[in-house]
Design a protein around this ligand. Sequence first.
Ligand code: AMP
Length: 956
Amino acid sequence: MCGLSVIPRPGTPVRFNHLPLGFLSLVILLDSKAQQTELEWISYPPNGWEEISGLDENYTPIRTYQVCQVMEPNQNNWLRTNWIEKGDAQRIFVELKFTLRDCNSLPGVVGTCKETFNLYYQETDSEVGRSLRENQYVKIDTIAADESFTQGDLGERKMKLNTEVRIIGPLSRRGFYLAFQDVGACIALVSVKVYYKKCWSIIENLATFPDTVTGSEFSSLVEVEGTCVSDAEEEADNSPKMHCSAEGEWLVPIGKCICKAGFHQKGDACEPCGRGFYKSSSQDLQCSRCPAHSFNDREGSWRCDCEDGYYRALSDPASVACTRPPSAPQNLVYNINQTTVSLEWSPPADTGGRNDVTYRVICRRCSWEPEECVPCGPNVGYSPAQSGLVDTYVTIMDLLAHANYTFEVEAVNGVSDLSRTQRLFAAVSIATGQAAPSQVSEVIKEKVQQRSIQLSWQEPQQPNGVITEYEIKYYEKVSLWYMSKSTSATVNNLKPNTAYIFQIRAFTEAGYGTYGPRLEITTKEEATGSIYCCQNPVIIIAVVAVAGTIILVFMVFGFIIGRRYALAVKFPGTKTYIDPETYEDPNRAVHQFAKELDASCIKIERVIGAGEFGEVCSGRLKLPGKRDVSVAIKTLKVGYTEKQRRDFLCEASIMGQFDHPNVVHLEGVVTRGKPVMIVIEYMENGSLDGFLRKHDGQFTVIQLVGMLRGIAAGMRYLSDMGYVHRDLAARNILVNSNLVCKVSDFGLSRVIDDDPEAVYTTTGGKIPVRWTAPEAIQYRKFTSASDVWSYGIVMWEVMSYGERPYWDMSNQDVIKAIEEGYRLPAPMDCPPGLHQLMLDCWQKDRAERPKFDQIVGILDKMIRNPNTLKTPVGTCTRPISPLLDQSTPDFTAFRSVGEWLEAIKMERYRDNFTAAGYSSLESVARMSIELGIDFFAPFLISCFCKQHFLHIYLLP
Ligand code: AMP
């Protein structure tokens, strides 16, 4: 990767005793030419080498040594330099310049004249005096001339100069001597230069590399570590290094130094950043100007300080502007649903210059008097979370019922926690409503007998009111219920050796809580010998057979002996409704009660309505071997959740259990394909309310009663099965092409959610107030008797051709009016007998209401005897049904309007009557007859006043 490169030699820095000459990488240890005075080397014998002054080619005076004993044999002339201190050197270069006379050009020297000389050295740690011992010298080489000269004197200037360089080393002592041995040549030693090579100190990549002597070998590179210049630091894992070559050149730079934070590079040095500038990291090349809302007034800063009121989050890089906490969220609104509060808000006007704004909610529960608030604690749930909210909404759950809460919503960003300024938040104070109790937990089986199981349990953690009773649901195959006032109960009349599942839920004024966990308990085995024949089907058959035989014997016998005895034997035959919720696997319930249809048998034709879970279509169903029939197809919209699918199919699990001409018939379901479908018989005329409105006044009373009879029969069937509808209303009755009415819209209580009439009440849960019995509104007591109340409303809807019950009164006013005893008046042209039946259905005491069975009987009677229906409105002021127990005082029994109004608790309207000119009972009676209004139901006064005294409202 790194190619060899030669570092330019520095021109100046020389911190060595010996000045480098020529090549700047050289350190000269000896240069005979440079010396002007006598060299005073040692020459031995004295007539050998001789020091002679001369001029070089540039006429510069030089000192030379010469010898020329060519005529004498056996010459051995030594010349030794002064001691040369080697310094750091390892490899020493010896450069010799000399001239040498060609022996051939000298007459008479054959045999004695030589053309070479020998070069020696001796290492010592110090000077060793002026004696010269040959054997202490090490020979370096025999030096021969490349060129010898033939003409002229030895001192002649135009001699042919030879240059020879020899290298010695590695040397181990502090210094050395050089010696020249002449063995009979004619030589002039013009210059002797001794040097070594060195890489000179250099700054490269902001690192200083010191003077470095080259290695001892010709090929070696010396690795040198650099030192960062001041205010610079080594780059991580990349420390600076260079290599000093044998030639004294820097090669192969590796790594580097970089200027520290707060400093930037200028040439070979690091300089501090100026004021108002910063450099946060050594990695940055340049100093940068301080970002917005920050400053510094020092040189060499690695960061800038934030202005007052502005901050930098720990994770913020130094390069971003200083920011501040956001302002408070805006437009905080809330929505309470019992003990759940939803908050929504808009983002703050000022995000503080950041885009990491989130929200947090602080919940405090406050006492009323004196107002003191404490944190809500860990029992409160937040969805999606309490803090770190990215979206502008949150739902807070599991609050206490009837409690006062304050919620603060704060917008926070990355610098909120650094700010010491006051928190900015939006706040609301909210009072929660009533809520059902939380789950009953820890059900313990106290005692298990053959026919009874004794249980005890813990009160729910959040009763949310006074628990008035507990409901214990237990079932073998079908659900059974048991009510308990305390937290223990013994459930009797069970079957021996049978597994029962128990679930308990608490009840308060606010209604039922959810069921606790299932507990399975098996009753004890039957004691041997005792027979509980009615539990065993084989025994039942045997007993029935025996009983039947006896009855038959009795009947035949009685018939024979003169019909003296009449016997009536009733066997229970009605199926019982099974709550699909009791199935652990809801899919099993669907497939137990509903037929799985092949989607290819269904042809969807058009969309006819919108259900809660998806479109309702009409189409045709053609099952193999059967003729095709019109069907309504309820579809489950795509993208449903598992819960939605369960709830959707729940209706089929319920409907599939019913088989009655006045209950909408389920053909089957498609669960193994998409879309998931519920296929129902097609009801050509759609919902009853719309149908009646469309045909206002077009039917005879008998036709209307016929419809009502059908609905009552369907409801009788359902109540006999133990099914409570909870949402009986004309909109949930379907009408086919033969005007047959069928009850529809099944589902568990929550399916009421899909009823647009259903509204939240203070007792929790959504309730279609106008159709619902007071006890169901008040404490969610839904029974067949509350269905009867709803049936009365349906009667009123039918007889008024789809008029809205209680017209435009508010739900609150309706609840109040019913509580005060008011009831809907007879619709126009409604036979009083029918209105009376309605009033019966609206008895406050649910035990007083007729049963569906009785209602079917009364309607049948009316149909059989239409005269009862013909009685005109207003003439029949007294009840005709034995069921009616009207407690309203008789209008004729009073002496004055005041007394009458007082008796019916309407005295506050006395002035209205007087102002309108009705001051005597006679005038009221006259008006009553003229207007065809029957005053026996106090509620009529409200209607009357609404219509006739427009300026007053009897209902506050
Ligand atoms: P639902 O989801 O049951 O409230 O149905 C929505 C609408 O679809 C109803 O209001 C009816 O108009 C229509 N619908 C439901 N079932 C049938 C059916 N069996 N025959 C005809 N129309 C139906």
